[in-house]
Design a protein around this ligand. Structure first.
Ligand code: SF4
Length: 566
């Protein structure tokens, strides 16, 4: 769940001088804002603001000035650009309906409160951290806290006056909001069962820790063309949606070199989705942080900056192709060649880790599903109590807006399951509740056209009744991803049923909130030749109020018409 940066204007580190002669200019002949090809002269207002200073510096201004003097003291470029470098976006003013989103100026949609993202990077959240996260929700965010599909915790209703105290509390448990948004290395997706799963190929914990230690908060990586997303896993369920990240390291076993990572680059969704591609390169644990650093610097130095909607790494990969990308990585950035390596096998399971599973140390981990990621401050605190009570270690967040309780002693598994269910965190959710996600939507997002989370919750409740008679025939989860606008923060194109928010016209000619439907997306299917992005069914537009009925029809048709094993 990741809002696009449409109104960004922001600051930066030193841009490298214009570049090696071996790099050819863009096909159009126009400068594309690639620093190493065209030089660092900014070609648009966003780049100008970024070139004027480093986005990371805004933290000092928040602490020393804005938090003391209040919302009205905030500089406009800081408010609409640089604040993102510390995970802060202004949220949508309440009461403006989605039909007016496109008609109003951004400032007319903007509230005086913020969304704030805390990155977890796949790390364990022990009870102390859960309590701190819960206290922030209760004390400063009107109780709100959502798990995002990038393993962040997202708050709403944050006042600028409270931000320094929030940072102070987060510091006490090693959590941060550094580059949680902005044109930066965003929060990492890390396998939620890293280091503990009995069937793990390689534990990515040391690699994630090294990349974070060396590079998060590095001013030299604080002015990228746009956001840069990372996913790292060593689990055979491929649990971090690696195909839709800018760079991914996926655990594989090399026949001679042993366990390590397969390198993928250039994935991203939004309105122009593109799945990541393998470079065919094997990365050892020792090489992984440097390889990550090489890929992100390629993006910084060669990424297209002229047009913001062409500024993701996927467009550079489309221009270069994988062979050239790998050659530039090896020759200009690493100074050595990577070994060729194998591809990961198709995913062994859904990767959400829902249910009870064995750990390699004899204990268990238990995945549970808060509906569409809503968790709240009170629940976070009660979850901390439960973790302590059953003698577990803590919680990790998943890439599917779910959570996993780790280190549950064998004799306490039933108590833990009962406790989670008592908190409304289902360990055996129905097929749709298990795999549904929703973005922020109309409640808080300035770009939203329709409501998402309430709509999804209501629809899931309704479908559990409507589909009760076929529930036992739904062996695999069915994913329903609800998005509030054409952007794809909740990954429309990767869901079985992807829903893109828009105003639709009913048969009676009435304009109502609804969704364009995409069907048939999935990730982790490397056994299939065709990329598994969902297809848009142009004729399928459904009013929000009729979503339950529509999804019921789709699911019943699937159950009746599927091939054996499908
Ligand atoms: Fe993203 Fe949803 Fe906001 Fe659209 S409405 S920008 S999909 S969070």
């Amino acid at each position: 769940m990741d809002s696009p940066d449409t109104d960004l204007r922001t600051p930066a580190p030193s841009a490298p001088a214009a570049a090696p002669a071996r790099v050819r200019p863009s096909r159009s002949g126009k400068p594309q804002g690639q620093w190493k090809v065209d030089g660092p002269t900014p070609l648009n207002s966003n780049e100008e603001v970024k070139a004027a200073g480093n986005g990371l510096d805004v933290r000092r201004r928040i602490e020393e000035t804005y938090a003391r003097e209040g919302f009205d003291s905030i500089d406009g470029d800081d408010l609409h650009g640089r604040f993102r470098w510390w995970g802060l976006y202004t949220q949508r003013k309440p009461g403006i309906d989605g039909g007016r989103t496109a008609q109003l100026e951004p400032h007319e949609l903007e509230d005086r409160y913020f969304m704030l993202r805390v990155r977890s990077d796949g790390a364990l959240l022990p009870p102390r951290a859960l309590r701190v996260l819960g206290s922030i929700a209760t004390d400063f965010a009107r109780g709100t806290a959502d798990i995002t599909d990038r393993q962040n915790v997202q708050y709403h209703w944050i006042g600028i006056e409270d931000v320094p105290e929030i940072w102070r509390r987060l510091d006490t448990v090693g959590l941060e909001t550094t580059t949680a948004c902005g044109d930066t290395p965003r929060g990492f997706l890390g396998s939620p069962v890293a280091g503990i799963a009995a069937d793990e190929i390689i534990d990515p914990t040391p690699v994630i820790a090294e990349i974070k230690r060396r590079f998060i908060g590095d001013p030299e990586l604080a002015n990228l063309p746009r956001k840069f997303k990372t996913a790292i896993t060593g689990h055979p369920s491929l649990d971090v949606a690696h195909e839709i990240n800018d760079v991914s390291l996926v655990g594989v076993v090399h026949p001679e070199l042993g366990p390590g990572y397969d390198l993928w680059v250039g994935g991203a969704l939004s309105t122009t989705p593109r799945l990541a591609e393998r470079l065919g390169a094997f990365v050892t644990e020792e090489q992984a942080a440097d390889v990550w650093h090489g890929v992100i610097r390629i993006f910084r130095d060669y990424g297209f900056r002229r047009l913001r909607n062409k500024a993701r790494l996927k467009f550079l990969l489309a221009d270069w192709g994988t062979e050239r990308f790998r050659e530039v990585l090896e020759t200009e950035y690493l100074g050595y060649a990577l070994a060729d390596g194998p591809a990961p096998a198709p995913a062994t399971g859904p990767g959400d880790h829902v249910g009870v599973h064995p750990q390699k140390d004899g204990r268990s981990y238990i995945g549970a599903a808060p509906t569409v990621g809503r968790i709240g401050g009170d629940l976070l605190t009660r979850l901390a109590d439960l973790v302590e009570e059953v003698g577990a270690e803590g919680v990790r967040l998943t890439a599917f807006q779910k959570l996993v309780v780790l280190g549950v002693p064998a004799e306490r598994v039933e108590d833990a399951v009962a406790g989670l269910e008592g908190l409304g965190l289902r360990t055996r959710p129905g097929a749709l509740r298990r795999s549904s996600m929703a973005c922020t939507g109309l409640e808080f997002c300035k770009l939203a056209i329709v409501d998402t989370k309430d709509t999804a919750e209501r629809t899931i409740d309704e479908l559990e009744t409507r589909l009760a008679d076929v529930e036992d025939q739904l062996e695999a989860p069915i994913s329903m991803h609800v998005n509030g606008c054409p952007n794809s923060c909740a990954r429309i194109q990767t869901a079985d049923i992807g829903l893109k928010g828009q105003i639709i016209t009913t048969d009676e000619g009435e304009q109502v909130p609804g969704f364009q439907v995409h069907l048939g997306g999935s990730l982790g299917r490397h056994d299939l030749e065709v990329p598994q992005l969902g297809r848009t069914l142009r004729q399928h537009k459904v009013a929000a109020t009729e979503l339950g009925e529509y999804v019921e029809r789709v699911v019943r048709r699937y159950v009746a018409g599927r091939d054996s094993g499908e």
